[in-house]
Design a protein around this ligand. Structure first.
Ligand code: ADP
Length: 237
């Protein structure tokens, strides 16, 4: 399996405060893996996710994602990289309230100039697969938290990203909706999607991730592969 993520001696310092938010850390994530990043507040989880997403650049070291050295890209190159390669899901969904559910899902396709019949069909299929197709023409404000997160996942997947990044995807959900989104992430990973998630939700980390990284003070304190039901199923396939 090729590596989707390769970080080599990556560090991120903030000049203003002299804080080392992360590193140096080295990390490879092969295609198809589901990695959960855990750790106390301030341990560098968001910094790590932002570096992988191309939303931030390292102070030193190299960041290669989907075969591309993204730490060397211009702002424009990074925007293209994020659009084409990365799907992101956030704690508070980040849907646009004045667009319908389907238009929210199609937004990343529109940004790549791929809007059209094929994209609309893909958006519809994703909404169907995620169980929210009946809301396609509704506005996100009318949906429950769990439904909104499903829409956000559909939006993240519309451009078939190499990597799905999720930042506390169950953090704003009640127990039942959280369980639904957890199942959804497990299913996506089973179907081959590489996933990196930052979470405090141990049930999510346990159910979804075949590998768990613990960050403490910007360093990798633990990196464990776990034999979850998920990885057993993947091996059996
Ligand atoms: P986590 O996501 O685990 O809570 P972060 O990655 O947000 O941790 O932060 C790691 C460290 O970097 C913390 O000490 C935080 O205060 C610091 N930090 C994060 N962003 C900035 C910033 N923009 N300027 C200065 N320090 C920052």
């Amino acid at each position: 399996m090729p590596d989707v993520i390769e970080l080599a001696e990556v560090a991120r310092q903030y000049d203003s405060t002299g804080t080392t938010a992360l590193g140096p850390v080295s990390l490879t994530v092969p295609a198809g893996e589901a990695l959960a990043v855990t750790g106390p507040s301030g341990s560098g989880k968001s910094t790590l996710l932002n570096l992988i997403a191309g939303l931030d650049k390292p102070s030193s070291g190299s960041v290669t994602v989907a075969g591309e050295r993204i730490d060397r890209l211009s702002e424009r190159g990074l925007a293209r990289f994020r659009r084409d390669r990365i799907g992101m899901v956030f704690q508070f969904f980040n849907l646009l309230d004045d667009l319908t559910v389907l238009d929210n899902v199609l937004m990343p396709a529109q940004l790549t100039g791929r809007a059209g019949r094929a994209a609309t069909a893909r958006g519809g299929e994703l909404l169907e697969a995620l169980g929210v197709a009946r809301h396609a023409k509704a506005y996100p404000g009318r949906l429950s938290g769990g439904e909104r997160q499903r829409v956000a996942v559909a939006r993240a997947l519309v451009n078939r990203p190499d990597l799905l990044l999720a930042d506390e995807p169950t953090g704003a959900l009640d127990t039942a909706s959280g369980a639904e989104v957890r199942e959804l992430l497990v299913e996506l990973n089973r179907s081959g999607q590489t996933v990196v998630l930052v979470t405090h939700d141990l049930a999510l980390a346990e159910a979804c991730a075949s590998r768990r990284l613990l960050l403490v003070d910007g360093r990798i304190a633990q990196d464990r592969r776990t034999a979850t039901a998920n990885s057993a199923a993947a091996v059996a396939r």
